[in-house]
Design a protein around this ligand. Structure first.
Ligand code: TRP
Ligand code: SF4
Length: 398
């Protein structure tokens, strides 16, 4: 059984090479070894674009084409659309009941984004709930790993807290005390006594040796069934049985590829190269890139360390080309346009297979919709299963 990985992206614009080097390449790498779920987070996009939803509509399928172009393979991973699975909203609502406001107000992205996106009114209920909706996305698939960048780590942490709280509040089976007594009846009275003593020690002091001891005993005792084991360990740890497992963040290294101006690559900074940028635009964008400010005239020697083009060479060029840049720049033997040419070629080369893969989806948009339909149906089965457990745990199956 492969372990489950889940991640999503907001469809707010064409994906660029920063997304590719920072996230997508990693998703593609994970898809063969893990049970990967990747989804279009269109509701999350609405939290910031509720007044310009046409942006989202335009980008949902375009983004999926970018994913497929980058190499995501629908036979290997599950690709789906958040808003087609209303169970996400149901779990979000149920989690919301017991989530303290302070947890959400303290998430760093809440204030940061409000500061950054000043032109938008983000003092909304939906925006405050953003990380809790994300928690629902993750928990509904019982994902083990969530590959995201550093900026999203606090959202995964909140997800863990929400899961812990849910399990604590509702993780107990109906008639837990009676069932526990039946399980204890399978053991000898002195074993029960020892178990209770050890539990007390663990809960009061956090002594891990006691936990290890109890886990070993419970897992190896042939008198116990699986449900007895769950029950005993949940009782020991004080967590009940865990209905929603806590996920772990799988930190993706920040993209080493900066934007054209040296700042973080972002569509809103106007410094991005789209994954499927056309050749003429690509060439013109790279040719216009600012270079070492000290190289005013062609004859002025420069220092690659002061130049963003050099950072591109570090990703796109081999050692020979890098040596040529170092030597040519510091001696003024090459001009900046000469220096940029290998970058243009390297990006074109990187794009080539992506453009080829994208071609059939552009010609036949139906294919993209079919991929998302199939993925959504697959995801829905898992989401429904979890919601059945959740409703039962909360006593909602009247
Ligand atoms: N908040 C994420 C981002 O902006 C997108 C997202 C929504 C997500 N739900 C998720 C990522 C669940 C991982 C898991 O990038
Ligand atoms: Fe930058 Fe290359 Fe020009 Fe040097 S030669 S300043 S590295 S673009």
């Amino acid at each position: 059984m492969k372990e489950r990985v889940l991640s999503g992206m907001r469809p707010t614009g064409a994906l660029h090479l920063g997304h590719y080097h920072g996230a997508l390449k990693n998703w593609v790498r994970l898809q063969s070894s893990m049970d990967c779920y990747f989804f279009v987070a269109d509701w999350h996009a609405l939290t910031t674009h509720y007044e310009s939803r046409e942006v989202i509509e335009k980008n949902v399928y375009e983004m999926v084409i970018d994913w497929l172009a980058a190499g995501l393979d629908p036979d290997q991973c599950t690709l789906f659309l958040q808003s087609r699975i209303p169970e996400h909203a149901e779990l979000f609502t149920l989690l919301a009941m017991g989530t303290p406001l302070g947890w959400l107000e303290r998430v760093p992205t809440y204030k940061d984004q409000q500061e950054k996106l000043k032109d938008k009114d983000l003092s909304t209920y939906g925006f405050l709930g953003y990380p809790l909706l994300q928690a629902a996305d993750i928990l509904i698939y019982k994902a083990k790993y969530v590959p995201v960048g550093e900026d999203q780590a606090s959202h995964v942490e909140l997800t863990r807290e929400a899961a812990r709280r849910f399990n604590h509040l509702y993780g107990r089976e109906v008639n837990f005390e009676d069932k526990l007594a039946l399980t204890f009846a399978k053991l000898l009275p002195e074993e029960v006594k020892r178990f209770e003593k050890s539990r007390k020690k663990f809960q009061e002091t956090g002594d891990l040796k006691s936990l290890d001891g109890a886990t070993g005993f419970v897992n190896n005792d042939p008198r116990l069934e699986v449900s007895d084991r769950e029950r005993l360990l949940g009782y020991f740890k004080g967590t009940g049985s865990s209905i929603l497992p806590e996920p772990q963040v799988l930190l993706t290294q920040a993209s080493k590829l900066p934007g054209l101006d040296g700042a973080k690559m972002s569509k809103s900074y106007n410094n991005a190269i789209a994954i499927r940028e056309d050749r003429a635009t690509l060439e013109s964008k790279v040719r216009k890139m600012p270079t070492d400010p000290a190289r005013i005239k062609r004859d002025d020697p420069g220092k690659p360390e002061r130049c963003t083009v050099w950072q591109f060479h570090q990703i796109y060029s081999n050692e020979t080309t890098q040596a040529w840049v170092q030597d040519g720049c510091t001696s003024a033997r090459i001009g900046c346009l000469d220096c940029k040419q290998p970058i243009i070629e390297a990006i074109l080369h990187e794009q080539q297979p992506m453009l080829e893969r994208a071609q059939r989806y552009i010609q036949e948009p139906r294919l993209v919709r079919d991929i998302i339909d199939a993925g959504t149906e697959r995801a829905r089965i898992t989401a429904r299963e979890t919601m059945n457990d959740v409703r039962q745990a909360m006593g909602l199956n009247y």
